[in-house]
Design a protein around this ligand. Structure first.
Ligand code: HAM
Length: 412
């Protein structure tokens, strides 16, 4: 009875992450690449609440997500509320809500956190952040080309080579034609779509497909001539994007896609998974009344992005460190170090002051290990003579001069 109080666990809730500074630095880097790239294509940022009325997801998303993967609760006013599992229904709601005031086509992006009650595993968590880029009100196939080119640029802008990922492309309307030409009913088509979605995970596709169709089912292997699919692939080639393959089994889980669908896959065997996915959905806004406004877009997660960057060694460059570390040799110069640092910061050079109690050699090597580019050592002589030496940790080059000289040198 008078025993110790039970200790609280320091673990985060299952399937979500804490962001300690080094994790936060990587996440911020990813978000920066995402927003800079989206804005370089002229996309405008929007956002919304994580809370949505549950009815938003009924009939619009995939069955699996709605029935098994949402965090849903009843609020104190007896309303059924869901933590958003994806952003597409939200953005469709927002676009439909202001359709009269908005000028189409729209190019919008956001970086929401999403919640899915999944079994946590590599690349899949219960909370993730997802870049969403969408174009509304553009029906031409070049909108599909642009959205895929944008997703492609997201990866290139991290320094990735184009052979480190593969773009798998398909078209829902083409699949529907295939189903119809082989005499499949609506029900059989829906079952075939769900089976195709699992094709890579099973080894008896043909058998299962024949069960659904009631006869052997033939999955086309060639891109049909003159189709939207062929034009999208040709269009991407024109933009020098050639790592594209027709993938008849790429269908995407959501029921709202109506045309082009695509996924980007990491080609490394260590991280062979989908990095992003998207497609064209022409009827989603019609759930809110009025004429449908077409949409095409994609979602790209921070968990898979981080795994991709790690796998391809793209996180080694300076994404967290200040450019300069001012290192006082002795505690008596600590305040002087702050003054020197301030002069660099004012000139736009990110600068930190070393406050560790380690030996000088150790301080310098620590700075180098954490990707600081320059160090400035502050000892008795430097403080007295007001001349300092700036050392480039990569080239080992040293430059001496007054504070003004060195600030001018680094801020150039
Ligand atoms: P999605 O395929 O469900 O599509 O998700 C897109 C990406 O988000 C995935 O490729 C993956 O990178 C990441 N992702 C999804 N679920 C998780 C999870 N549990 N843990 C970590 N990462 C995850 C959509 O959500 C569509 N609404 C995308 C879209 C936007 N389509 C058109 N516009």
């Amino acid at each position: 009875m008078f025993g110790k109080k039970p200790q609280l666990s320091t673990d985060a809730y299952k399937g979500v992450r804490d962001f300690y500074p080094e994790d936060m630095a990587i996440q911020r880097y990813i978000f920066d690449v995402w927003s800079m790239t989206a804005e370089s294509f002229g996309y405008e940022r929007y956002d919304a609440s994580v809370l949505e009325p549950s009815e938003l997801y009924r009939s619009k998303s995939s069955e699996e997500i709605v029935n098994e993967q949402t965090y849903t609760f009843i609020d104190r006013g007896e309303r059924e509320v869901t933590l958003r599992p994806e952003m597409t229904p939200t953005v469709a709601r927002m676009v439909a809500g202001k359709r009269r005031e908005l000028t189409f086509p729209l190019r919008w992006y956001s970086i929401p956190n999403l919640f899915r009650y999944e079994r946590p595993q590599r690349g899949r968590l219960r909370e993730h952040w997802q870049l969403n880029c969408d174009i509304f009100g553009a029906d031409d196939y070049t909108a599909d080309v642009e959205i895929i080119a944008l997703a492609n640029q997201m990866l290139l802008n991290t320094g990735a080579e184009s052979d480190t990922f593969e773009i798998r492309l398909n078209d829902r309307s083409f699949l529907n034609e295939v189903f119809a030409s082989q005499g499949l009913s609506e029900e059989q088509s829906a079952a075939m779509l769900a089976l195709l979605d699992r094709k890579e995970k099973i080894n008896n596709f043909d058998e299962e497909a024949a069960k659904i169709a009631g006869k052997p089912f033939i999955l086309p292997t060639e891109v049909p001539r003159g189709s939207t699919l062929a034009r999208v692939i040709a269009g991407l080639r024109e933009l020098n994007i050639t790592n594209v393959t027709f993938s008849p089994s790429t269908v995407r889980g959501f029921t709202y896609y109506t045309g082009t669908v695509f996924e980007f896959f990491d080609t490394s065997s260590e991280n062979n998974r989908s990095l992003l996915g998207g497609g064209r959905y022409d009827n989603l806004t019609s759930h809110f009344g009025g004429d449908a406004i077409s949409g095409v877009g994609f979602g790209m997660g921070d968990v898979t992005m981080r795994d991709f960057l790690k796998t391809h060694d793209l996180l080694t460059s300076d994404i967290t460190a200040p450019e300069l570390m001012v290192i006082p040799t002795d505690g008596v110069h600590a305040l002087e170090a702050q003054k020197v640092a301030l002069a660099f910061r004012v000139a736009g050079v990110s600068t930190a002051v070393d406050m560790s109690e380690k030996k000088l050699g150790k301080k310098i090597s620590l700075a180098a290990d954490t990707f600081v580019s320059y160090v400035l050592i502050l000892g008795d002589d430097e403080v007295k003579n007001k001349t300092y030496a700036l050392k480039n940790l990569e080239t080992k080059e040293e430059t001496s001069g007054t504070l003004e000289d060195l600030v001018a040198n680094l801020s150039e």
